[in-house]
Design a protein around this ligand. Structure first.
Ligand SMILES: [Zn+2]
Length: 256
């Protein structure tokens, strides 16, 4: 039977993306390590959130025993992952905290965004062609309302995301809720952008929500096919903090 995207089986295996994953007798960084799984090894189980530490664990059964693996060492590809001519259909991609895409997936229609649409810092900013057109139209429309928007992050490869994720976990621990595991970031789709004000005074800050730029996006982004992924209202559902700067393109006009 074909699985719908939102009811993929819980038993679908996770893959170790870290150099190794510790298999522990109990959740917690100071508990006994029974063995270690290597990168690429797969393991199935159920999800468990330790309310004491807020860390997420996979509870698996190995050799007849319940064991725990920290979720920040694992990723999992959604069984509905099915690119067409190399690309996932826009608006139908399934990427969230618990389901992802292969870390090697890269759309083949990425194009570079240029000034005046980006923060000019010497970095390359790429998006899928349709999303790039849409963000340009959106930034132009905002400028018509005397609101200056700039893209400050766009497509990120799975490998680049791995570096960001590992850095975030080193800094803030495994329970951090702002950086996605490799394969689990909307930025890897090439359709998500982080947007800031011209002076970057509120870049990657919750305060961006209440700036005139943030308010313009809230009122208008839907007309251009963009929706804010992480709001104050859905943190429990998404597993991530509220991010008023992060907008994902879902294709054409999504207001109707
Ligand atoms: Zn983002």
């Amino acid at each position: 039977m074909q699985q719908r995207k939102n009811d993929a089986p819980e038993s679908h295996p996770w893959t170790v993306f870290a150099a190794e994953a510790e298999v522990r007798v109990l959740p917690g960084g100071d508990t006994q390590v029974l063995k270690r799984l290597k990168a690429g090894e797969r393991v199935s189980g159920t999800l468990y959130r330790d309310s004491r530490t807020d860390e997420e664990w996979l509870v698996a059964r190995l050799d007849g025993q319940h064991v725990y693996l920290q979720l920040c060492t694992l990723m999992r590809v959604h069984p509905g992952f099915a690119p067409v001519n190399g690309n996932l259909p826009i608006g139908a991609e399934f990427v969230n905290r618990w389901w992802g895409i292969p870390t090697t997936y890269e759309p083949n229609d990425l194009v570079a965004l240029e000034a005046p649409y980006i923060i000019e810092d010497g970095k390359e900013y790429r998006l899928r062609a349709e999303a790039a057109d849409a963000v340009k139209r959106m930034v132009d429309a905002a400028a018509g309302d005397e609101i200056i928007l700039r893209v400050v992050s766009s497509y990120r490869s799975g490998e680049y995301q791995r570096g960001l994720f590992e850095k975030a976990c080193r800094k803030d621990g495994a329970a951090q809720r702002y950086s996605a595991r490799p394969g689990h970031s909307e930025h890897q789709l090439g359709t998500a952008v982080d947007i800031c004000d011209l002076k970057q005074e509120h870049a990657f800050e919750h305060s961006f929500q209440d700036t005139k730029e943030g308010e313009w996006l809230t009122a208008n982004a839907g007309r251009f096919g963009f929706r804010r992924s992480y709001t104050d209202a859905n943190t429990e559902e998404t597993g991530y903090i509220s991010e008023p700067w992060h907008w994902r393109y879902w294709g054409k006009d999504i207001t109707t």
